[in-house]
Design a protein around this ligand. Structure first.
Ligand code: KIV
Length: 289
């Protein structure tokens, strides 16, 4: 359990129904990195539902409602078809299920790239409808103007460089990035542009380790690695990946559980008991008094 928990029962106009815990703020996360050093690494996991958020909240600084929900929850082939409606519904559920971590919601493909104004409309909808603290968007220097536009208008933005899954149709797959000098230099320049534009943190995904370290040293705000380096200022994993929900385990994932086996084992035992008329038993049935 995080030591940052504090009981907070004070009411005010801004907080008429007090939450039991004080939520971490985006400035507090940004200020974890001082003079290029983050003494207390930032812990982030994805969450898509209220119950999942309840279970993860105490252990995380940030909960990310990632557009990876497209594949994980909806069985879509990529994050490209994910909609703003999906992100708003799951974002609201995760905020309802958490008190401690700051909640960041992904801006889905097509909801922000056209202009800073389009991005503001989408991000404002997410903040209003979910109660999240910040949004995340993919892309480097090309998104810097949008990051500055949103930040100046009260919307904290997390950047995302390296392997950017929404660009799968341009990248041609999900391979690690930064293997050529030109690609490596572009990833570092992208992160610097986002940092200078005001991003409060930058996800560095699927890059060779020296590039993750170079990005972490080059920017003032915290880097959050996934398939990157332990030297990033924080880490994120897709929760279902680290729980062992899927058979295929990418190199960057560490399985902390084998939840797929647990679920299918329970379903197998239930099915056998139903077929043998052993379930429901006496304990699960209502008898006349
Ligand atoms: O959508 C997502 O879950 C993400 C993380 C993998 C960083 O963007």
């Amino acid at each position: 359990m995080s030591t940052t928990f504090q009981l907070d029962t004070a009411t005010s106009r801004a907080n008429p129904t007090p939450a039991p815990m004080k939520r971490l703020t985006i400035p507090a996360i940004r200020q974890r990195k001082v003079g290029g050093v983050t003494a207390d690494p930032v812990v982030m996991l994805t969450a898509y539902t209220a119950r999942q958020a309840q279970l993860l909240d105490a252990h995380c600084d940030l909960l990310l409602v990632g557009d990876s929900l497209g594949q994980v929850i909806y069985g879509l082939p990529s994050s490209v078809p994910v909609t703003l409606d999906m992100m708003a519904a799951h974002g609201a559920a995760v905020v309802r299920g958490s008190y401690h971590a700051a909640v960041v919601v992904d801006m889905p493909f097509g909801a922000y790239e056209a202009s800073p104004q389009q991005a503001f409309a989408s991000a404002a909808r997410l903040l209003k409808e979910t109660g999240c603290a910040a949004v995340k968007l993919e892309g480097g220097a090309v998104m810097a103007e949008t990051v500055a536009f949103l930040t100046a208008r009260g919307i904290p933005v997390m950047g995302h460089v390296g392997l950017t899954p929404q660009a799968v149709n341009v990248l041609g797959g999900y391979n690690a990035r930064g293997r050529s000098d030109a690609e490596a230099a572009k990833i570092v320049a992208d992160a610097v542009a986002l940092d200078e534009a005001g991003a409060f943190a930058v996800v560095v995904e699927g890059v060779v380790e020296p590039i993750a370290i170079a990005v972490t040293q080059a920017i003032q705000c915290p880097t959050i690695g996934i398939g990157a380096s332990a030297q990033c200022d924080g880490q994120v994993l897709v929760t279902e990946d680290m729980l062992g929900m899927f058979e295929r385990v990418p190199r960057f994932v560490k399985r902390y559980e084998a939840i797929a086996e647990t679920i299918s084992g329970a379903a197998e035992r239930y099915a056998a008991e139903v077929r043998a008329r052993q379930f429901p038993g006496l304990e699960q049935t209502y008898q006349p008094k």
